[in-house]
Every structure is written in C-alpha cells, then in structure tokens.
Design a protein around this ligand. Structure first.
Ligand code: 5AD
Ligand code: SF4
Length: 451
C-alpha cells in the first residue's frame, strides 16, 4: 500500500505520459521520461524533454519502445525509492532482452549518496543530481551547453499551462526532510528573468502560469518580496497560481492579494505538518499552531470561497497521543479542502532518522487514518456547499475516451465535466454533485471562449 494516501489537489503531481511527440524526422531514435514526485520534478522533466527532442529523439510512453529511458526521481520518502527500484529492475530485464539501450537516473535520488549503490546494482549509464541536469544534453548527443538548459529557460513554451521556477532549494532544516540535502540552499531567480519568461510564455499562448519552488513565499530579490513578484506576474498572465509555501514566510498581504487580484486562483497550499506546538518545535518548523490558524483566518477572510490544502506528517518520532489530538483539532479548525497526509518515513541523513521514541507502525497507521478521515469529512462538507452553483471552469485536461474532462474553478476546486472544449478554454457549468475530492458538473451552460 502506498505510504501516503493522497487527497488529490487540482494540479496533478506527476506528468501523465505524453503521446508520441515528434522528434526530428528520420532519426528513429526514441526516449521515454518517467517522472516521480513533485512539481519541481515535473518541470525538470519538461526541460529534459526539450533536450531529447532537440537531440532528435521521439518521445514514447512505454519502456519497451524506448532506446533511452530517463527516470526523474523523488527521494522524499522511502516508498519513493522502492518504486524506483522496481522500475530499475524492469529496465534491467528489458536491457538484457536488447530493447532498452541506456538508462539515466536523474532528480533527487540522483543527488543522494544512495544513487551510487543503485548505479552499481542496476548498471545505470548516467546518474545526475538536481543541479547538473544540463549534463543530460551530452548524454543524448547534443553539444555540452550548460547555459542553454538552466532553470532560467522556459520548458513548456506554447502549452496552455506552464510552470515557472522562481526559486530552487530550501533554507529550512526541517527535522524529517531530505530536500535541503538534495536540492541545496535557496537560490532566487531575478524578477526580470521571471517576468520576461512569463511574457514569453503568454505571447506563445500560455494561459495559466504556476510559480514554482520549495518555499515560493521565501522568494526575495533586490528589495522585492514574493508578494511583489506575484502581483507583477498576475498583471501579465491571465491565470496564476503558486506552490509550495511555508507558514513562516507567508505574509498577510500575499493572502490578501490572492483575494483581490482577479487573475490569481483562490487556492492556498500551506503545509502545516502538525497541529502540536511541541512537535512543530521538534520539527524545527519555526511557527506555532496559533500563528498558522491566524494566517488561515486571513486567507479565509480574503477569499471566503477559496480552497485551502496542506501537508501533514503523522508518526514523527516522539509524537504522543496528545500531539495527535492537537493535529486533529487543527484539522477541524482549519477545515482543509484537501490534504496530503504522510506517515513519517525516516530518511538517512536527516535529524529525525536518528531520534528515539519511534512511533509503532500500528499506532502511526491508526493516526494516519484518523487524520485522513477528518480531512475528508471537512472537504466533503465544504464541497457539498458548491452544489447548485454556477462556475467558470478552466479546462485543464480535455475529454478522455469516456468524454470526461477535468477543470478547475477560480476557487481552485477540481471539477469533472463533459465538454468538447480544449485545455486552456473556459466553460460555464452548474455543479450537480460533489465528493470529498472533486465537484461534478452537468453539461456546459455557455462556452465562454478562452477568457
Ligand atoms: N516522512 C514523511 N513525510 C515527509 N515529507 C517530507 N519528508 C517526509 C518524511 N521524511 C512530506 C512533508 C512535505 C511533503 C512534500 O512531504 O509533509 O511537506
Ligand atoms: Fe523540506 Fe522543510 Fe524545506 Fe519544506 S521547508 S522543503 S519540509 S526542509
């Protein structure tokens, strides 16, 4: 069973494999990219996709059709590594059969020491971390060009929705987290660079820009703070959102801007991790539960119809029943619209991995389910309130074989709808029913074009 049951947010965490994309005709070379983990990885995969296409490869979905396979990986929890091991085993088998020729391992596992063991065990051809992704260029036969594939360059020009990385790394040292080790310290991109990328994307047809980073609200550059950047982007792009934030950095004026600016999606993802002040201290989160509650109050007032999501870890070493009750209390008070609930997973090299007072797996499992049920109960009740209303929905994924498309309201709710509209278009629909994770719409009322 998956260690973390994910209550889906409107934005999918991993890219769906794409249909065959065009490489340079006649070369016949094929490559497959598999993405695991967060949106940073999705974005890095987009940049690698440009490299393989530039090098004349056609992108394929299945390993057995690929000459080169790139696994862009996540290291945040142990089950992420287990999954990648499974894929590496399968790739070894295909390599022995002479189908797949080369395998590259990139992303956060690539940046961790464990990658050396994996390289030897599975005979991986190329291992790259998160700071030297550009070296893939040489691997796929392009000239070495460090400058050409930096995060400063757009990975998704011409698409209806695009991620724009505004910062990389993280300056926090949360007890449980491997990210600062594999992604390094925070580096903020300049405002000019971000805005010129946004301008380029919008000019090429992008209608939805998501600002990306581990702690985007910590962004600052030459006197500007995150809110300044967000407002400037919101003045340029027709639809904007951002992820992920840290409660210690989140300013009231950013929360207010979410409510005020028409082009900002009214969704906030603000990981709390625990509702217990004692645990928040052990985790080195730098805030107390009360401060978090206050921030949520500001957000709810600024955007009453908006959606709030969070990350919660249960079973961190030392977590008592009282701490767990405090988390349940916070979940009730904040009435999250969705949450990722994780069972603590010890990551070698982090402080928490060597702490005593380990929570027994059975206890962690019970707490996990209790938090999950509390989140889902609230989310279901809040979603029910949307029934009967009319919403303008941005189509994110066009209709599948069953005719079902997936969209997003301005309040940040995910909606299943029936429409012929293509991704990037807006459709007006009535909400007919709702589950804990998604709203269901009837037929479109009026197609409102690309808004
Ligand atoms: N164990 C469990 N969950 C973790 N996360 C990060 N590290 C761990 C870990 N060692 C969760 C946090 C973070 C999210 C991306 O992953 O909740 O916000
Ligand atoms: Fe990890 Fe904490 Fe940084 Fe988030 S803020 S990436 S949980 S160290």
């Amino acid at each position: 069973m998956s260690e973390a049951t994910r209550v889906p947010r409107p934005i999918p965490l991993a890219t769906k494999p794409r249909p065959r994309a065009a490489g340079r005709p006649g070369s016949g070379k094929t490559a497959c990219i598999r993405t695991f983990g967060c949106q940073m990885n999705v974005h890095d995969s987009d940049r690698m996709r440009r490299m393989i296409l530039d090098a004349g490869y056609a992108e394929v979905n299945a390993y057995e059709d690929a000459d080169i396979v790139i696994l862009n990986t996540c290291y945040v929890r142990e089950n992420a590594v287990d999954r990648v091991r499974g894929h590496l085993g399968e790739l070894n088998r295909l390599r022995k059969e002479g189908r797949v020729k080369k395998v590259a391992l990139t992303g956060c596992i690539g940046a961790a020491e464990e990658s050396e063991t994996l390289r030897r065990q599975f005979g991986i051809d190329l291992v790259l971390g998160t700071h030297n992704t550009y070296e893939l260029a040489e691997f796929v036969g392009l000239p070495t060009m460090e400058e050409t594939y930096t995060p400063d360059l757009p990975g998704t020009e011409g698409e209806h929705a695009a991620f724009v990385t505004i910062m990389t790394g993280c300056n926090y040292q949360c007890s449980y987290c491997i990210v600062p080790t594999v992604r390094g310290r925070m580096v903020c991109r300049s405002k000019e660079s971000v805005l010129s990328e946004v301008d380029r994307l919008v000019a090429s047809g992008t209608r939805y820009v998501t600002l990306l980073g581990q702690t985007v609200d910590a962004w600052r550059h030459e006197g500007d703070r995150f809110c300044d950047l967000l407002e400037a982007v919101a003045d340029r792009a027709p639809r904007v959102s951002f992820t992920t934030s840290h409660p210690s950095n989140m300013e009231d004026r950013t929360l207010e801007a979410i409510g005020q600016k028409d082009t900002i999606v009214k969704r906030l993802h603000l990981p709390v991790q625990s509702g217990s002040d004692r645990m928040l201290r052990v985790m080195h989160r730098g805030y107390k539960a009360e401060r978090y509650r206050r921030k949520i109050g500001v957000f709810r007032e600024a955007a009453p119809d908006g959606t709030l999501s969070t990350d919660i870890i249960v079973g961190h070493p030392g977590e008592t029943e009282e701490d767990h009750e405090a988390t349940l209390g916070l979940v009730e008070d904040c009435a999250f619209d969705s949450a990722y609930v994780f069972k603590f997973s010890p990551r070698e090299g982090t402080e928490a991995a060597s702490l005593g007072e380990v929570v027994p797996p059975k206890v962690a499992q019970r707490r996990f389910l209790e938090v999950l049920r509390a989140v889902e109960g609230n989310a279901f009740a809040r979603n029910q309130r949307k029934i009967g209303g009319t919403e303008e929905v941005y189509v994110r994924h066009g209709a599948n074989e069953d005719g079902r498309a997936i969209g997003e309201t301005w309040s940040g709710h995910a909606v299943h709808l029936r429409t012929e509209a293509t991704p990037g278009e807006y459709v007006r629909v009535a909400i007919e029913s709702a589950g804990p994770h998604v709203l269901y719409a009837g037929d479109p009322l009026v197609e409102t074009g690309s808004g």
